[in-house]
Write a protein that binds this ligand. Structure first.
Ligand SMILES: [Zn+2]
Length: 123
């Protein structure tokens, strides 16, 4: 349950933040989830619903913004989206760490984050 542990960390973070601001309730939580986290957003939502029960986050709205992956190539300087290749087993495009320009190896520079972007607190 990858999603559950990550969502639980997020909820704890929000609770701490709310405490710092002496908030009585949290109305909205905006998350940014990088596509390279491979988190199932449905599972995140499901875990969230369970985790916020009986907390000041109960009934809050969860907004999830997906962020594309980004890579950088040291060889040719390419920076941008990843190259996707059709996975022959699952028939879904899966990201590769191959430079679309020079076929060299690229480094991931974005898309692995899962961060809280904004909170709406009620004091
Ligand atoms: Zn390259």
């Amino acid at each position: 349950m990858h999603e559950f542990s990550i969502t639980s960390r997020i909820v704890n973070c929000v609770l701490e933040e709310a405490k710092k601001h002496n908030a009585r309730r949290v109305n909205e939580v905006h998350l940014v989830v990088g596509k390279l986290t491979f988190l199932g957003l449905e599972q995140v939502r499901f875990a969230y619903e369970m985790l916020v029960k009986n907390t000041i986050l109960e009934d809050s709205k969860l907004h999830i913004e997906e962020k594309d992956g980004a890579v950088k190539c040291d060889r040719c300087g390419y920076a941008g989206d990843l190259r996707y290749e059709d996975d022959p087993v699952y028939h879904v495009p899966s990201p590769t760490l191959v430079c679309p320009k020079c076929e060299g190896a690229v480094n991931i520079v974005g898309g692995k984050e899962c961060t809280i972007k904004r909170l709406k607190l009620v004091a």
